[in-house]
Design a protein around this ligand. Structure first.
Ligand code: HEC
Ligand code: HEC
Ligand code: HEC
Ligand code: HEC
Ligand code: HEC
Length: 246
């Protein structure tokens, strides 16, 4: 009876403990991976060189996001506007506000007498006075890792609003990182895009909601409308690894 268990079985407890240890490490890594961005990114709100206010300009004044972020529906990248965009208003409005000094420095550059000529008499550029100085040193808030492929235009032109990924920017005095934008976050929508799809002309209207029918739960109403758009547009967001890691 003494030999009913073969000799190698003596090491089973050790192996069990080892493999439990490895499993534990994998689970920990998984939790760290999914959870970390929530703690490290959400709320990130660096101090900007100019106290530019989205709540005022995009909310109260009602400027469309694309007035400044002109690339957002045309390219993968959502650009930050140059000083000339600000100066189209601020040459006249609050023209000598000290708060706008970095904007003027970027716009006029070395053209200190503001006549379109640099000190050596050269024209600033053919169009007149446009961003002759260094770019305004805005601090970047959102950044996808290099190994992730992301494209704004694909999303914006498929009825995915800025609000899904950036929150209510039109209510932010200073922009902060609102959603964690982890892989789980992307996949969550890619599996069920109907929860987010909306008519194209509403993508920059961050307060938009599907019009409520009497007695229908708003979430169900959104899913109904979203499923219809998904069908009409043939929406199939990638779920495979190579879809986002190219
Ligand atoms: C008048 C120009 C203007 C308009 C209109 C505007 N923005 Fe911006 N936006 C900026 C500038 C300048 C910055 C960089 C400074 C900052 O972060 O506040 C910026 C930054 C951002 C950022 C953070 C960028 C980063 O570094 O990650 C997001 C997100 C954003 N805008 C979204 C929006 C959305 C959504 C709208 C429409 C509701 C909008 N913006 C309207 C000028 C504008
Ligand atoms: C469509 C016109 C328009 C554009 C474009 C615009 N602004 Fe403004 N901005 C305004 C108005 C209007 C005010 C409020 C002026 C007031 O309080 O009397 C204002 C106020 C400001 C103020 C506060 C100034 C102060 O002294 O109180 C700052 C700073 C500012 N804007 C920065 C920017 C920046 C940076 C950009 C470009 C990214 C920009 N604005 C683009 C119209 C504009
Ligand atoms: C599906 C998610 C998603 C949607 C929808 C979305 N964004 Fe973004 N946005 C991102 C991600 C991810 C980044 C970081 C991209 C990178 O690092 O290349 C980003 C970055 C930005 C930046 C910073 C770019 C820079 O170089 O500093 C701005 C500005 C911005 N988005 C504006 C917008 C606006 C305006 C809209 C709506 C018209 C919008 N985004 C819609 C996910 C989204
Ligand atoms: C709220 C919904 C939503 C979120 C969040 C979202 N996506 Fe998407 N994504 C879509 C939709 C809708 C499409 C378009 C699919 C189609 O046209 O068939 C798409 C398409 C794509 C594509 C395909 C682009 C191409 O060239 O065909 C990539 C890549 C992608 N998303 C990456 C991401 C990444 C990375 C994130 C997270 C940072 C993200 N998405 C977050 C809804 C979303
Ligand atoms: C919808 C887009 C999308 C798809 C599909 C996707 N990923 Fe990712 N993945 C991301 C994003 C976004 C990040 C970066 C998350 C962050 O910044 O925290 C990421 C990060 C990663 C990382 C790095 C983890 C870390 O610790 O930072 C690995 C590994 C990875 N993905 C593997 C995969 C594999 C394997 C698949 C296929 C099963 C896959 N991904 C499918 C969007 C995607």
């Amino acid at each position: 009876m003494r030999n009913i268990f073969p000799r190698w079985s003596n090491t089973i407890p050790v192996k069990l403990i080892l493999s439990l240890g490895i499993l534990g490490a994998v689970v920990t890594a998984g939790i760290t991976y999914y959870a970390t961005p929530k703690y490290t990114r959400v709320g990130y709100q660096p101090t900007q060189p100019v106290s530019y206010n989205h709540e005022f300009h995009a909310g109260e004044l009602g400027l469309d996001c694309r007035y400044c972020h002109t690339g957002v529906d045309k390219s993968s990248h959502a650009n930050i506007p140059g000083a000339n965009v600000c100066m189209s208003c601020h040459q006249n409005i609050k023209g000598d506000s000290p708060l706008l000094e970095p904007v003027r420095a970027s716009f006029y550059g070395e053209d200190s007498n503001k006549d379109g000529k640099l000190s050596d008499g050269e024209d600033v550029n053919e169009d007149g006075i446009l961003n002759a100085g260094p770019a305004i040193p805005w601090v970047r808030i959102h950044k996808a890792p290099d190994y992730v492929y992301f494209n704004h235009a694909i999303h914006v032109n498929r009825g995915i609003s800025c609000v899904e990924c950036h929150g209510r920017v039109d209510q932010m005095v200073e922009v902060h990182h609102d959603k964690h934008l982890s892989m789980a976050f992307c996949l969550d929508c890619h599996r069920n895009p109907e929860k987010a799809l909306r008519p194209l002309d509403e993508v920059t209207n961050l307060s938009w909601q599907v019009s409520d029918e009497d007695g229908v739960d708003p979430l169900i109403a959104q899913v109904h409308a979203g499923l219809e758009l998904k069908d009409n547009w043939g929406v199939h967001p990638p779920l495979s690894c190579t879809g986002c890691h190219r």
